[in-house]
Design a protein around this ligand. Sequence first.
Ligand code: ATP
Ligand code: MG
Length: 489
Amino acid sequence: MVAALAAQGIDSPFPIQIDTLPDTLGGRDVLGRGKTGSGKTLAFSIPMVARLGGKLAGGNRRPGRPLALILAPTRELATQITVALTPLAEVYGLKSTTIFGGVSQQRQVAALKAGVDIVVACPGRLEDLMKQGFVNLDSVEISILDEADHMADLGFLPVVTRIMDKTPQNGQRMLFSATLDNGVDKLVRRYLHNEVLHSVDEANSPVAAMTHHVFEVDGTETKRILIEKLASGSGRRILFMRTKHHAKKLARQLTDSGIPAVDLHGNLSQVQRDRNLAAFSAGDVKVLVATDVAARGVHVDDIELVIHVDPPAEHKAYLHRSGRTARAGAAGDVVTLVLPDQRKDTALLLRKAAISVQPQQVTAASAAVTALVGDVAAYVKPLPRVETPVRGQSQGGRSQGANAQRKRANRDGSTGGGGRDGQRSDAARSGRPARAAGEAGSGRPARQGGSGRSGGSGQGGAAQSGGGKLQVGGLVRMSQAGGARRGGR
Ligand SMILES: Nc1ncnc2c1ncn2[C@@H]1O[C@H](COP(=O)(O)OP(=O)(O)OP(=O)(O)O)[C@@H](O)[C@H]1O
Ligand SMILES: [Mg+2]
């Protein structure tokens, strides 16, 4: 595994990894908080793979019965996690697959039937497949919630709870996020045992120079021109907006004015989402206009600027959106655009995010703006537009995915079943045996058979890599440029 990491230019651990690895490798339940871009994905992937390939190895792979489960809030994030852990899993001949909605379930079901060790999933589709009997979580040794606080947000909690209730009580559990706040209490109380909290101080994190700017504008027209100016640079930038509709509109406007831009939001089909993010990751377009669907966990190399075109809904969203830049020790800038009637709320939000920055009154011509834009990219003549159907249009604009239905149910005041489930599993929980640190490594009750499955582990991954093909439910492997980009650091 060290060799597999080194092949990607990863040869020494980041602070969150130094902090958590002794406990996670030892089988402890861990709550890990480290800032955005600090390397949490590997912090949980390394021990998960090491334990499944080492101490917990043995038994035959069985269809539909994964040994490890990682839950993530968005499809893009689930895909990226799979991409990050696959080279490690391959070292031990472990198979991973990604499960999420918005794409046909066929390939996901086929992968499950063929047998997988590690499932990375968004909760909605996973629960769907569980209900259909394609996946059973009773062999799960290790479960991980990435962006745990987000998963604990009102909408996700019931389904996450129902899923976690189906994993064995004595497994190892890890919760990771840049913002592990009180929201995770319920999950922690219910699913973690004798857990250790590792909270990596900002100050101890790798050098990450994130510079914040607050640009006040006098009205919408000034703002419109300013957005165009800020988007015109030659480096990668993300523009965050509140609504899907506005994100789509802005991406079009920018493209029409010679700045190619793609959008990323929940109104696009998954194929479009993948295609747009891939184009942005590959550098084919330098501007991504996104809703908060791209705010959590998603990693694209070398984003130099994050622009909050619409101020985020709350301070956590500010931190996560902003965290798409200045990752893994790189530098980056964050701009918040503020209309006169947004000043008060923005000031409050920034205070809560512990960002202290003096707002500046600007126009597109201001020196502060020009400095941020840097080299201006060449004008690109817009191509004639080919209209592609937007997901949901055929259903009168209503998305029919599990998440959309859950959100609608929440809006309509339904409980979404969380309460009911809560009672049931509380009762089930009462007989839970106390678990000492490391005890999860003591066996694999749900697996039978010999111990030969990963017999080659430790002899290097190349010979085994055929057994660990990545099967992504949704097409694109957007961070696959890993070797090249990491080599540069
Ligand atoms: N030890 C390391 N050495 C070099 N690069 C690393 C190391 N650990 C992680 N990275 C790289 O740092 C980048 C950011 O990591 P990652 O996406 O795991 O951050 P994160 O902490 O999960 O951030 P977020 O809170 O936004 O989800 C990735 O490109 C990853 O490959
Ligand atoms: Mg992450």
